[in-house]
Design a protein around this ligand. Structure first.
Ligand code: ATP
Ligand code: MG
Length: 392
């Protein structure tokens, strides 16, 4: 379906909507406003990071019919920042407004079993797995999947809803512990590293991509992303981009999509999961690329041209979790040494305006850009040391 792009109007508000008011919504709002759009955020939390910076903030539940009707009334197009938004909410909005990504794509990303079936259908290898919906399926699990990770099919993030299991007994106990909700059991793979690729695809099928991001996770949460020539073997990077594009094409996807991968110790590449939205590992694009992932989210949803983004500086992202606001080993509140961090060249501090720091909560990120991979790594390691983060 081709349609005229939805550009901001003069003498009238042209408003773009986003479901979800977290930091991804906030950065979407910033990008949309930079282009002259007004914004509307739907999120029940009165102090949500995106709601606080948006022209309109509808404070209802995601399935509230009046909240959704108000969003549709205000907005010329709607996107999401949050994959656990009920797919029905997107479907309801799509009856009257362009919605990107579509409910059907979000529904697949919400469910690990459907997601894996999609990878198989696209011919992109993923970890060997079994779907566990019933006690019979649990009993029939192939021993070859152990040791493995039992993951809830729905609603997991940052390693939540996951249990590592070595034996059949541990697997049985873990499923009981997860209240016997639908799960997938994945074989534990020997990881050499992790990476992700972010693509943006338009309604006309045009697709562009950011370079491959090398990601380091700690305790199941993204800690560091490094992006520069040579961050991964060239053949792996090429394969990852091709795989991400086939996953997006297979979904008929419109919008920004992130595909996460494992690189195994034998050098092979395995897809992990997708996020139907901009991704934490793409926040470096705000400072390291000539277009950010949020710029492309705006363009894709309104039908403006998608241009291949260019990484103009080797970049490293350090995630800033709430732990940094506590003195080591105590509950005493502290302020991280921003003055020292910002004295380092090429540092860009992004804080999400969250009013309470909690351990493991994503409070912000620090982007570091430099002239060379060596230079950016040297500064990033200094910043990490100042913040008390482990070297990488
Ligand atoms: P996210 O916040 O990215 O949505 P999540 O909670 O959905 O995270 P996963 O991405 O499935 O979780 O897993 C979190 C991390 O656990 C991975 O980044 C990886 O480090 C590790 N992991 C997950 N599955 C496997 C596996 N099959 N083999 C080895 N390690 C794994
Ligand atoms: Mg993940």
């Amino acid at each position: 379906m081709s349609r005229a792009p939805l550009l901001p109007a003069v003498k009238a508000e042209t408003t773009l909507g986003v479901l979800g008011g977290g930091q991804l919504g906030r950065m979407f709002v910033h990008a949309a406003q930079q282009m002259g759009y007004f914004t509307a955020v739907l999120d029940p939390d009165p102090s949500s990071p995106a709601g606080r910076v948006s022209h309109h903030h509808i404070q209802t539940d995601y399935l509230d019919p009046q909240g959704l009707a108000e969003l549709a009334r205000l907005c010329v197009a709607v996107t999401t920042e949050f994959e656990n938004v009920p797919a029905q909410a997107l479907a309801q909005l799509a009856a009257t407004r362009p919605v990107a990504p579509a409910a059907s794509a979000v529904a697949i990303a919400q469910d690990r079993a459907r997601e894996k079936a999609h990878f198989v259908a696209c011919g992109v290898p993923c970890a060997p797995y079994a779907v566990i919906d019933t006690a019979e399926q649990l009993a029939a699990v192939d021993e070859a999947l152990l040791p493995g990770i039992l993951k809830t099919a729905r609603l997991g993030y940052d390693g939540k809803g996951q249990v590592r299991v070595k034996t059949r007994e541990e697997l049985n106990a873990a499923w009981a512990g997860l209240k016997q909700v639908p799960c997938v059991l994945e074989k534990m793979l020997p990881l050499a590293s992790e990476c992700s690729v972010i693509v943006a695809r338009g309604a006309d099928g045009a697709m562009v991509n950011f370079p491959v991001q090398r990601n380091l996770h700690r305790e199941g949460i993204l800690a560091v992303t490094e992006v520069y020539e040579g961050n991964l073997p060239a053949a792996v990077a090429e394969q990852a981009v091709a795989a991400a594009k086939s996953v997006a094409t297979g979904l008929g996807y419109v919008g920004v999509l992130c595909v996460e991968f494992f690189v195994l110790t034998d050098g092979s590449l395995v897809v992990n999961e997708i996020a139907p939205r901009p991704h934490n590992s793409g926040h470096y694009t705000l400072d390291g690329c000539d277009l950010s992932q949020f710029d492309l989210q705006v363009r894709a949803m309104v039908g403006l041209p998608l241009v291949q983004p260019r990484l103009h500086s080797p970049s490293i992202l350090l995630n800033l979790l709430g732990d940094l606001w506590f003195a080591p080993g105590s509950d005493e509140a502290v302020t991280p040494p921003w003055d020292q961090v910002l004295a380092l060249p090429g540092t860009h501090l992004h804080l999400y305006g969250k009013l309470e720091a909690k351990r493991a909560r994503k409070m912000g990120h620090l982007n570091i850009t430099g002239a060379t991979p060596e230079a950016v790594r040297a500064v990033a390691l200094q910043a990490a040391a100042l913040l008390g983060l482990e070297p990488f």
